[in-house]
Design a protein around this ligand. Structure first.
Ligand SMILES: Cc1ncc(C[n+]2csc(CCOP(=O)(O)OP(=O)(O)O)c2C)c(N)n1
Ligand SMILES: [Mg+2]
Length: 331
C-alpha cells in the first residue's frame, strides 16, 4: 500500500503512456459526469435521486483498467463511475438520468438501474450488497462455459455485514470461482461511520476466514488500486479463486444529492480533499513527463465537451410514450 501522504505507487511497467492518459481521462469523465448530474438534478431536470461518485474515481478506474472487455462487473447505487470505467456510454447514461426513451433503460429505470450487458456491466443496484450474488453467479457461469472471464464485484463498506457476502464468499472459495470482491471503503454508509458498524478496522482481514487472500489498498491512488486489483484479477483468471480487495477512499459529496451532510467533521473532509485522486494522478503524469500541464488542461476541456454533448443528446431525446408503460416489465 502506498503511503497516505500524497505519494503515489510506482507506475507499473506494463501501462503505456496512452493507457495512463486514458486512465486520467476516465477519472475526469467520471467527475464531470457526476458534477453535471448534480447540476441537472438541482435545476429540476432529473427525477429520483443520484449518488455522486466524486472523490472515489481512482477505485473504478484502477479496478476496471485491469479487466478485459468480456469480463463482467456488478455495481451499486453509486454506480456511474463503475459504468463509465467499464465502457458505458455517457450519452445513454445521461439520457437515462433524464428519463428519456434513448436511455439505457428507455428512461424507465433511472440512475440505479443502468446496465449494459454487452459491455459486461451487469447493473447498478439499489439493494445494498445486491451485486454480490450476481457477480458470484456470473463467475460460476464463466466457469461452466469454460471461459477465463473474471467477475468483479464493487460494493460499499455498508454491504460488509450483509449475509449474502458471507454466503457468496464461502461458496466462491469452495468452488474457486473467478471473482474479485472490491470493497469501496469510503468509511460511511449514509450517515453511519464504518467504525461504528464493522467489527474490524481493516475488513480485508475477513478474507482469511474464507481461505482466500485479502488486501487493502489506497483507494485515492489509481495506481495502487490497479496494482492490488490487478493481482487479484490475475489470480482469478489463472483459476486460483477469489480475493477481497478493500480500497480505502472517501466520498467528497453527500450520500445523495439531498444529503444535508451534517455528520462529518470539516477538518476530516479537508484532509481527504487534499488527497484528490485526480489531482494526484495528474501531478504524477506531469512529473513523469507523460503529459504537459497544457495537455492535461486540454484533456479536461475535451471531457467537458463530451459530457455537454451527452447532456444535449439527453435533452433532445423524447420521453417514453405512455403506450410503452408496460413494455420490458416483468412483474
Ligand atoms: C438492503 C438495503 N438496506 C438498506 C438500504 C438503504 N441504503 C441505501 S444506500 C445505503 C448505504 C450504503 O453504504 P455503502 O455500502 O457504504 O455505500 P456508499 O453509499 O458509501 O457508496 C443504505 C443503508 C438499501 N438500499 N438496501
Ligand atoms: Mg460507504
Amino acid at each position: 500500500m502506498s503511503s497516505t501522504s500524497g505519494t503515489v505507487a510506482e507506475i507499473p511497467a506494463e501501462l503505456s503512456p496512452a493507457q495512463l492518459v486514458g486512465m486520467l481521462r476516465m477519472m475526469l469523465r467520471i467527475r464531470r459526469f457526476d458534477q453535471r448530474a448534480l447540476e441537472l438534478y438541482r435545476e429540476g431536470a432529473m427525477r429520483g435521486t443520484t449518488h455522486p461518485y466524486i472523490g472515489m474515481e481512482a477505485v473504478a478506474v484502477g479496478a476496471c483498467a485491469t479487466l478485459r472487455p468480456q469480463d463482467r462487473i456488478t455495481s451499486t447505487h453509486r454506480g456511474h463511475g463503475h459504468c463509465l470505467a467499464k465502457g458505458g456510454d455517457p450519452r445513454l447514461m445521461m439520457a437515462e438520468l433524464l428519463g428519456r426513451a434513448t436511455g439505457y433503460c428507455k428512461g424507465k429505470g433511472g440512475s440505479m438501474h443502468i446496465a449494459d450487458v454487452d459491455a459486461g456491466i451487469l447493473g447498478a443496484n439499489g439493494i445494498v450488497g445486491g451485486g454480490i450474488g450476481l457477480a458470484t453467479g456470473a463467475a460460476l457461469a464463466a466457469r461452466l462455459a469454460r471461459r477465463d472471464d473474471v467477475s468483479l464485484c464493487f460494493f460499499g463498506d455498508g454491504a460488509l455485514n450483509q449475509g449474502i457476502l458471507h454466503e457468496a464468499a464461502n461458496l466462491a472459495a469452495i468452488w474457486k470461482l473467478p471473482v474479485v470482491y472490491v470493497c469501496e471503503n469510503n468509511q460511511y454508509a449514509m450517515s453511519a461511520r464504518a467504525d461504528a458498524f464493522t467489527s474490524v478496522p481493516d475488513p480485508a482481514v475477513r478474507a482469511a476466514a474464507y481461505g482466500f487472500p485479502g488486501a487493502s489498498c489506497d483507494g485515492m491512488d489509481v495506481l495502487d488500486v490497479y496494482r492490488a486489483v490487478g493481482a487479484a484479477v490475475a489470480r482469478a483468471r489463472a483459476g486460483d479463486g477469489p480475493s477481497l480487495v478493500v480500497c480505502v477512499t472517501y466520498r467528497f459529496m453527500g450520500h445523495h444529492v439531498g444529503d444535508p451532510l451534517n455528520y462529518r467533521d470539516k477538518a476530516e473532509v479537508e484532509r481527504w480533499r487534499a488527497r484528490d485522486p485526480i489531482e494526484r494522478f495528474r501531478r504524477v503524469l506531469v512529473a513523469q513527463r507523460i503529459l504537459t500541464p497544457a495537455e492535461a488542461d486540454a484533456l479536461g476541456a475535451e471531457v467537458e465537451r463530451e459530457i455537454e454533448e451527452a447532456v444535449a443528446f439527453a435533452k433532445a431525446s423524447p420521453e417514453p410514450e405512455a403506450s410503452a408503460l408496460e413494455e420490458d416489465v416483468y412483474a
